[in-house]
Design a protein around this ligand. Sequence first.
Ligand SMILES: NC(=O)c1ccc[n+]([C@@H]2O[C@H](COP(=O)([O-])OP(=O)(O)OC[C@H]3O[C@@H](n4cnc5c(N)ncnc54)[C@H](OP(=O)(O)O)[C@@H]3O)[C@@H](O)[C@H]2O)c1
Length: 320
Amino acid sequence: MKYIEKYGMKLSKIGLGTGRFGTRIEEEISFEMLDRFVENGGNVIDTARNYYEWVENGRGISEKTIGKWMAKRCRRSDVYISTKGGVRNENINFFVNLSYNNLLDEIEQSREALQTDNIDIYLLHRDEQERHVEEIVENLQKIQEKIKAKAIGVCNWKAERVMKANKYAKLHGLIPIQIIQTWWSIAAYTPDMWNDPTTTYMDQNMYEYLKKHNMLGMAYTSQAKGFFQKAISEGVDNLDPFLKKRIATPENLERLERIREYSNKNGISPTAVVNGYITDNEVDGIALVSCSKLEQLYDILENCDVIINEDWLKEMAVEK
Ligand SMILES: NC(=O)c1ccc[n+]([C@@H]2O[C@H](COP(=O)([O-])OP(=O)(O)OC[C@H]3O[C@@H](n4cnc5c(N)ncnc54)[C@H](OP(=O)(O)O)[C@@H]3O)[C@@H](O)[C@H]2O)c1
């Protein structure tokens, strides 16, 4: 496992996404995935208050499953929990409320579900454009103090808003936004991936900003839902139509050929190449992965130490 030392933590560069834990992935398998992940050196576990809120009784189940697992199967200090708040779902619609009272309310629910007072990484799940960024920074500050978060950050924010927030934080001696979670992958951005205008991707503005300020990027959908691995093992024509629609642009099909070639030439798995794009990136990155089967997790963990050539990574740079 590769690690990055930041904000007083030694974080594994592969983070386990747990959105489906307790719902689409039953508790027993979720526990097993968490066990195998930690056994293999992983320590970053990513969840959110609203995950799978869109299935019956889904809200909070991912956090609850992690809480149960931590209580039974690990020491709290073995892992870093990253959770998110500020969002409610109604079917596919997101409602954002970044007021202090709402965040505090959600934090209390997260703590109860996770069975812990300390949340290591706390992230706002979306931006609320209508709310002044200054108020949001002040709210985050109070939340950080309350939960003793080691780092705070945002998901799906545009670079300009982060810059404005951090200017204000600096001017007033407050903690700046330290972590950005966004779609970031060796796959080039496609609007079809989420079909949700409230999501963002790692564009050049954000990338340069993270590089300049030595900030941490948490890359979600870092494996592009397994597009490259599946296309190489099963063939593009045999891919699930939904996956084809989401990712298979001419640019990503070209990228597929480059990944296939690099993988064959160097005798390493496509998974190592896909995740290495984030874990060996010039910008400090954690690849957040999720799996529907244990075999996928084994594949990721088996191949997570491979170093990808720096020049090749630069040629493949997708942040534009
Ligand atoms: N902040 C946000 O707004 C946000 C948004 C999205 C995600 N996230 C976080 O990021 C995490 C990861 O996101 P994601 O689920 O989109 O990531 P992902 O790893 O790109 O996609 C997961 C899917 O990829 C396929 N896969 C995984 N490992 C594979 C392997 N070794 N070989 C072939 N296929 C493989 C599986 O597809 P099949 O199931 O089809 O086999 C799996 O369900 C989430 O769990 C969540 O914690 C955050």
